[in-house]
Design a protein around this ligand. Sequence first.
Ligand code: TRP
Length: 336
Amino acid sequence: MKKRILTGDRPTGPLHLGHYVGSLANRVRLQHEYETFILIADVQALTDNYANPDKVRDNVRELALDYLGVGLDPAISTIVVQSLVPEIAELTVFYSNLVTIARLERNPTIKTELAERQMEDNVTYGFLGYPVSQAADISFVKAHLVPVGEDQLPHIELTRDIVGRFNRTYREIFPEPEALISPFSRLPGTDNQGKMSKSLNNAIFLSDDPETVRKRIMSMYTDPTRLRATDPGHVEGNPVFAYHDAFNPDTARVAEMKELYRQGGIGDVQVKKELVGAVNAFLDPIRDRRQAAAQHMDRIDEMLIAGTRAARAIARETMREVREAMHINYFPNVDV
Ligand code: TRP
């Protein structure tokens, strides 16, 4: 039997190049090798958007389109709407006994997110606990591998702890999943202020049109110490070159430009123009597939319904095993 992948995204906005290099590329590459489940994590999105459910709702189908755009193939990958698999919520409740509040409060990703949202002084139970729910996401299909961006590592570590504790306390039913991190997992934003992120307004979205991409790249941060094209420039820490490394398939030309840049032999404008070409060439087939899929939104709905149904069948079976392992299967032969 093939091993399983489960990963996912919160439907809170369009996916960008950072998502692509961090996780989407790995998913697309591995979907033939692993039985792949992709979760549209609307329940998790509600933990900090509970007062804004329409924002989450509006992004569910958009996220599905981004998935098809990058080349996730619904014939082999199962795309699942989290809130329609209530077994995940059940498993979350049982998991919540296996983790301490102190452990959740130490999670560095949670700390960063609380700071970004200025929520440190009124942390909800739901937000603090979303990594527990994420552990349930990953384990309801008994996933072995979780392709994610680096920021998700603390959550995968927590998942391993929780399922390890479950297995030791009750019975061994869950594999301890591994994270799969990409080498480009920290794609900087166009402003070089930290990683690419929608909320920081430094992102290039997979669905951006060519002109938007051109404008974004031509106004990108480069080497602030360089005033003229003839000044020697810095390649390291320069996001323009980080993007060339990630998206320009002509590695010989990228190496040549780096050399010239270091010597003051090529201008920022030229390096950016070539990047515009490379990124747009990379995005063209993604935009085409996305647009084609958007012509048939009824098929998107069918895909989500079918994927969610398939996942639910697995979730029911997992919960049957969980109840048995926990000795709370009081009426094993009856559908109550
Ligand atoms: N926390 C992830 C993010 O913010 C989204 C997510 C939800 C996820 N459930 C998951 C990722 C399960 C991997 C596995 O991007």
